[in-house]
Design a protein around this ligand. Structure first.
Ligand code: INI
Length: 155
């Protein structure tokens, strides 16, 4: 007879903010497409979704923090593509961004979902942005819906 909680995959009436990086936009554009597809297929509404573009993955946390502080959204999604080989500091970017996203989420109480693709090469990035390994943007949006729903139940 325990009381159990789990989020529903229903986005109706929920507000989402998506922050997406322009760097590697060949890939991040596909992540955004996947995320939008997921939100709309689960009952989300375009008028309840805000999209913010930043130059690169490193800039994602600050824009997300601003959105989190505004407190207008039920969940936030970060989309980016960091490809090793394209840069020497890819690992550093990934670690910094992942930690910052956690911090923003915990400080604000708003789910911030990490939808960054971290790939060793272009092939891996292709696989994760709408081909054989799916679309990480779509998965991130699904997590955002579930967490937004869960937090509504818990508060
Ligand atoms: N930004 C990315 O989003 N992905 C990358 O692969 C990348 N590489 O390879 O360097 C990248 N660099 C830019 C970085 O995010 C910042 O925009 C830049 O350092 C200015 O702060």
């Amino acid at each position: 007879n325990c009381k159990e909680y789990s989020g529903q995959l229903q986005a109706k009436g929920l507000k989402f903010g998506i922050v997406v990086s322009r760097f590697n936009d060949l890939f991040t554009g596909q992540l955004l497409k996947g995320a939008m597809d997921c939100l709309l297929r689960h009952g989300g509404d375009e008028k309840n979704i805000e999209i913010v573009w930043v130059p690169g993955a490193y800039e994602l946390p600050l824009a997300l923090k601003k959105l989190a502080q505004a407190g207008k959204h039920n969940a936030l999604v970060a989309l980016g593509a960091v490809i090793q080989g394209a840069t020497s500091h890819a690992g550093l970017i990934n670690a910094q961004v992942a930690r910052a996203l956690t911090q923003i989420s915990l400080e604000s109480g708003i789910p911030v979902v990490d939808g960054l693709v971290s790939a060793e090469n272009i092939d891996q990035a292709i696989e994760r942005c709408g081909s054989k390994a799916g679309n990480r943007g779509w998965n991130a949006a699904q997590t955002a819906i579930e967490m937004a729903s869960l937090l509504q139940q818990l508060s």
